[in-house]
Structure formats: structure tokens, C-alpha cells
Design a protein around this ligand. Sequence first.
Ligand code: ADP
Length: 396
Amino acid sequence: IPVMIHRNGQDEHGYYNVSYRALYYDSKITGVLGIAIDVTAQVIARQALEESEEKLKVAIATGRMGTWSIELDTMQITMSDFVKDLLGIPADEPATMARIMQAINLEYHTDINNALKDAADNHQASDIEYAIRNLQTNEQKWVRATGRVFPGLYGKSAQFTGMFIDITEQKKDEQRKNDFIGMVSHELKTPLTSLKAYLQVLEIKAQKNDDTFVMNALVKSNNQVNKMTTMINGFLNVSRLESGKIHISIQRFDMAGLVKEVEDESIATIASHKVIFSPVDELFVNADRDKIGQVINNLISNAVKYSPQGSTIHVACQVADKRARVCVKDEGMGISAKDIDKLFDRYYRVNNNTNISGFGIGLYLSAEIINRHKGKIWANSEIGKGSTFCFSIPFN
Ligand code: ADP
């Protein structure tokens, strides 16, 4: 009970737990024992906790988020009204796994079941994005669900619990941006192709007229057009990839042959660096030959871009861990530990290379291609010493 006590000339507000007990003597009540315990600190702490819980609830609701929780023993599910509303489960109906799965697009069921299994078996956290269809309105939405396992204390079941975030608007924005990039790069390709054709015609003319100055200018123009074509193709590929239009066409081929082709091309096009290819033994894989070639070329052109003229670049392809592994090593500027994991993110570029042109999509595309081959791509680097970029793909 709240109590106000006048003490030391001042009013003090406090909270007390008060209990009374009869005192007996020979079965007769002879008095009353009153005990008052000052619990002000506990009550204030509880009030602060309630207040912060309330604030958290408001913050969660305004951020278009909700909370969910699954008891891992019984698979009993509780979720906030926001989550139910998003899925289209009436507030007074229980949320069962079957009902939830009904709302989730079929193609994400395996991912979700795997996340649940990982949580139950290994107490692993998860973070998944997926599409849902509201069970009442049939409206399609995008959500992100994050989850963590809290071990059950005092004999209680462990709980898999987390947030549920409506990311539909964000996804729509991404889609619009993506469509725009796709459209712009597609439109830019046509004039660029004719520009290239005209340059070729001019080159033949200049050659005939023995005009060295014009010849030099045309070679430089051609290089610039090629650079621009690579960039535009990169954007087109990103937009195709995001809309699921990049297809991997698997064929059986010898990596040694592919690396030889890349080597020949490098000899013809790279004069600024010494590119050394280690000998490659016959190494057959089942993969998309063009796309794997694209990844190797991308790693080599990055090594050229981010290392000083005249330095050496090593390219090696060998068997490691029962996989085909390709590594490209340079003696360039290197990458700091804080950047290294983010390099493969879309549009990510390290801050200190603003004078080197690029959009940060080459490594993103490479990583997507390698992931689609169930492979791995990674980088090791030391600032000022150089970097090694490697990928590995299974033989089958
Ligand atoms: P871009 O080169 O167009 O910026 P990428 O996706 O190919 O895009 O590379 C992303 C970023 O990774 C680059 O901006 C650069 O900062 C860093 N990077 C890539 N390769 C190397 C390398 N060999 N040495 C140092 N930094 C590199």
C-alpha cells in the first residue's frame, strides 16, 4: 500500500507490504502483530519496468513491427495483434503453425522450417525475409522475421522469440529502383552500340589515312566506350538478378580450358600489370562456364584497378577441400577488416577509393553467381600489402 510518512519534518511517499497476525495465548487472542516492510525501491523498479515495456510497445507498433514467440516444447505460439493482423488471423483465433504457413508463400516454407529446426536443435538465431498473403484480404506483403532462442529457466520450455517487421514499402521501393535501373541501362545500350560501330568505322578510315593522332584518340575513345559498356552491363545484370531473371545454365567443362581463355584475354588487354597464371591441371566441373569466367575476369579487373601499375597479380586454379578453387592475389592497397565482410554487398565501396571509378556491383554479382553454384567466395587482405580474392565451387 502507498503510505505517506511525516518524518524528519518532511513528507515521504513510500510503499509498504503490511501484514497482521493475531497473537494467541491459550487459544485466546491477546494481541496483534503488525509487520510493515518498506518495498518502495521494488515498487519504483517495477513501475519503471512497466513504463519501459509500455514505451517499447508503442515504439514497436509505430515501427510497423510486432512480436512473436514459440514455446519449443509444445510449439505453442503467441503473437501480438499486429502480426495476426498482417497475416490475416482474427485476434480472437489462436495462431497455429498450420494457419501461419497458409499465409506464407510456398517457396519460403523450406527456409522457415529449416530456421525452426535450427532453433529447436541448435538454439540458432535467424533472420529471414519472405512474402505472405493476408488470409482475409488476400493482399500480398513482404515481412522480415528475426528470432532468437531464450533458454527455459526454472523448468520452463525454451522460447524461440523475435520480431516481425512489415517491409512491403521498402521492397516496393527496391523494386521501383530496380525497374528504373533496368530500363535506363537497357535504353543506354542502343546508342552505345552504335557509337562503338561508328568508332570502328572511323578507326579503319584513320588507319587508311595513316593519321596517328586520330588513331590514338580513337583507341582511347574505344576504351572509354568499353568501360561504359561494362558498367551498363553490370547494372543490367543486377536488375536481372533482382527480378530473378539470371539463369545458371550448367554444363560440364574443364576449368583449365576456361582459365587458359582468361589468360589469353588478359595478355591481350592488360599492359599495366604483370599477370601470372599458375599452371592448371585438367579439372572438370559442372557449372555455368560463361558466368564463372565472368567472376574470374571480375576478380582480375579489380586486382588491376586496386593495385599500382607494374605490380604483379597471381591467378591460380586448383583442387582444395574437394572443390575447384580459384584465387586472384594482388599487391595493392588492401582492405581493412571492417570492410572485408561488406565487399560482397550490393553497391558497397570502400570509402578511400573515391578516385577509382565503379559502382560496387562487381563483387555482389560475383557472390550471387557463386552462391547459385553452392560455392563460397571470400577475401583475405592486409592494408598496404595486398588482397587475395578466392572462390570455390563443388565439382558437381
Ligand atoms: P567496384 O570496383 O565497381 O567499386 P566491386 O563490387 O567490384 O565494385 O568492389 C567493391 C569494392 O571492394 C571496391 O569499391 C573496392 O573498394 C573493394 N575491392 C574490390 N577488389 C579489391 C582489391 N583487389 N583490392 C582492394 N579493394 C578491392
